[in-house]
Design a protein around this ligand. Structure first.
Ligand code: FES
Length: 267
């Protein structure tokens, strides 16, 4: 049995399960004090748990719960987080022979709602949150006196900074393993999916001309070809996207229209 939340904070959840002889969850039940979303998330969670081993159930995230429900309004996402916490508490309690009480991990950041730095870090990381208001929607921290908002902001910056470093490391690692043909395909894919739609929205277009080592040759078309900001578009948008999603080593050169090079001008 796992119990989380408190009546004083507005919602609470008690989750129970029993295992069959093969170690799978045979049944799960809940009792909740809260709004319709708290009831709905608790209910779907019990359905999701059934038939799973404890190791499988432990992998259920708050995002899985919200998705299973067909989505939740962002202000109600804390209900899905409460479900995931109750599940963890119940598994912990079972493994501790029924005597282990759920203990908060980390240090309390939001005293109004008893939310710790570890819990805030986790909701930020797992749900890719970028604002204090989002954190409040996901775990209530910051939703009372507001005195903890500065600390929440620092946690968001730290977690997002780490995430950006991890993503950069993944791109560098993947780029090192790309064959030339894979690199060309990926460049074309990023141009088609991310760069071209943005340029087309402004009456322009782009074509991949060639990839030679780390040099990507492209031609701007339509409005982009005449735009006085073409060089900025090339470096700040096209090149930065390709560096971010293909390889940080890439650089982009524009293949000019021969007629323009022979005396035309940008206007
Ligand atoms: S300490 Fe977090 S809202 Fe009051």
């Amino acid at each position: 049995m796992g119990e989380v939340g408190s009546l004083a904070c507005g919602d609470a959840l008690k989750l129970t399960f029993k295992l069959d002889k093969n170690g799978r969850i045979a049944d799960a039940k809940f009792k909740t004090f809260g709004c319709a979303s708290a009831i709905a998330t608790s209910s779907v969670l019990t359905e999701m748990m059934k038939g799973k081993t404890l190791a499988e159930a432990a992998k259920i995230t708050n995002r899985d719960i919200a998705d299973y429900l067909g989505g939740l309004p962002e202000q109600k996402m804390h209900c899905s987080v409460m479900g995931r916490e109750a599940l963890e508490a119940a598994i912990e309690n079972y493994k501790g022979g029924g005597r282990k009480k759920h203990e908060l991990e980390g240090k309390i950041v939001c005293t109004c709602f008893g939310v710790t730095d570890k819990e805030i870090e986790r909701v930020v990381r797992e749900n890719n949150l970028t604002t204090v208001d989002q954190v409040t929607n996901y775990c209530k921290a910051g939703g009372g006196c507001g005195g903890c908002k500065g600390e929440i902001q620092k946690i968001i910056e730290r977690v997002q900074g780490d995430r950006a470093k991890e993503q950069a490391a993944v791109v560098v690692h993947r780029a090192a393993k790309l064959t030339n043909i894979e690199k060309i395909r990926l460049v074309q894919q990023i141009i088609n999916e991310q760069i071209r739609p943005a340029l087309r929205a402004h009456g322009g277009d782009i074509e991949l001309v060639d990839v030679d080592g780390n040099k990507v040759m492209v031609a701007l078309r339509g409005m982009c070809a005449q735009c006085i900001q073409a060089d900025v578009t090339m470096k700040d948008f096209v090149e930065s996207r390709l560096k971010e999603f293909v390889s940080p080593e890439l650089f982009v050169e524009e293949q000019k229209d021969p007629a323009e090079e022979a005396g035309g001008h940008k206007g």
